[in-house]
Ligand binder design. Structure first.
Ligand code: SF4
Length: 367
């Protein structure tokens, strides 16, 4: 399947390009108190190490903006300020040096207030995200949709798209187009509908996400469905997986969604069988150890990210999968066969599986 990305404008958020032919970027959000500069910087560094491209930080009052100025001096990835209710926080955040702001049309909606933020964003050359959330969408568009459609109640995706469209028109009338859009619901089908509808109406890049997706497991599944289905249709330019949990996990899941669709490579792919009654070695432990070991290998030239490593439990599918990968192990009882670039290389003991893979990877990286 070839994914053809939707044609969009390109914006630049602190050096990370979003939209057009730019790679789909991964975002997360800090979960520390923004006023705790040390804790927030430490979390942003952890996110950066995990491969996060852009971080967002909540700005709940003016003191957060003072903290933002300090945080900005200590981090290496772009930061977007998350603004709700008070446009003056957006102004202060921009003055503190942030790389972008998110405005919520549900709670920052007065024309003169929006204009004040947009005029400053224009002056500082930073983009603005129109971030509509199902939980804070304003009912002001509902009447218009009711009248147009003849339905008694507008559907939530239509209401969200109308809200975003009206907001975008207002901002465009101010001569500003460095914009991206998000339309997040906690319901996966409604999220998908909203983005699909919006994709027909504008050429702004989209920030994808399913909001309040849930704890780690259910949140991962919902985010993978919502974000994955849209990305597979070519819709979406930057993503944030929202989990009630560690933000580093949001980045890992986000990277896996993008890599799983073949849109971008972040690291080597470990293919491993689910194990079954035929398995006679600890494939679960070995696959996890291989993944951890690969994560620790330094790869300055980026060669590692294109590699596929197969860890298979028996001779049913093992040799076939192992042959397809750059490196592979087809295990038997207490030993296995190592395949390099599709060719059987040598028999190895179970205790040597992980070290043999690491040795061969290092040879590939040196070669
Ligand atoms: S590769 Fe072999 S051990 Fe692994 S799941 Fe398939 S049949 Fe079972």
């Amino acid at each position: 399947m070839k994914i053809t990305r939707r044609k969009t404008r390109t914006i630049n958020l602190g050096g990370v390009k979003i939209g057009g032919t730019s790679p789909v970027s991964v975002q997360s959000m800090t979960k520390t108190d923004t006023m705790d500069v040390a804790a927030t910087v430490a979390q942003i560094k952890e996110l950066e190490l995990a491969g996060c491209d852009i971080v967002r930080t909540a700005v709940k009052d003016a003191s957060c903006c003072d903290a933002l100025a300090k945080i900005m001096k200590k981090i290496n990835i772009p930061l977007e300020a998350d603004i709700h209710f008070d446009y003056r926080l957006a102004i202060k955040a921009i003055e503190a040096g942030v790389d972008g702001v998110r405005l919520n049309p549900g709670n920052v909606y007065k024309k003169d207030e929006i204009a004040a933020v947009i005029n400053l964003a224009k002056k500082r050359h930073i983009p603005v995200r129109v971030g509509v959330n199902s939980g804070s969408v304003r009912p002001h568009g509902a009447r218009a949709i009711k009248l147009q459609s003849g339905r008694s109640e507008p559907r939530l995706p239509e209401l969200m798209v109308k809200t975003a469209s009206d907001y975008l028109k207002l901002i465009e009338s101010l001569g500003f187009r460095d914009l991206m859009v998000s339309l997040k619901c906690s319901d996966v089908p409604q999220t998908i509908d909203a983005y699909r509808l919006m994709a027909k109406k504008c050429d702004y890049p989209f920030h994808l996400g399913v909001t309040a997706a849930g704890p780690e497991l259910s949140g991962t599944v919902k985010s993978t469905l919502g974000i994955g289905i849209l990305l597979a249709e070519g819709i979406g330019d930057t993503i944030r997986v929202s989990l009630t949990g560690d933000p580093v996990q949001e980045v890992i899941v986000g990277k896996n969604i993008i890599q799983g669709l073949g849109l971008r490579r972040f690291g080597p792919e470990v293919l491993s069988c689910p194990t079954c009654g035929r398995t006679e070695v600890d494939i679960i432990g070995i696959a996890n150890k291989v993944e951890q070991a690969l994560g620790k290998i330094k790869d300055k030239k980026g060669k590692l990210s294109s590699l596929r490593v197969a860890v298979m439990g028996c001779v049913v599918n093992g040799p076939g999968e192992a042959k397809e990968a750059d490196l592979g192990i087809a295990a038997g009882k207490g030993s296995g066969f190592l395949f390099i670039k599709g060719k059987p290389a040598r028999k190895i003991k179970e205790s040597e599986f992980v070290s043999a893979i690491v040795t061969e990877i290092n040879k590939i990286l040196k070669g």
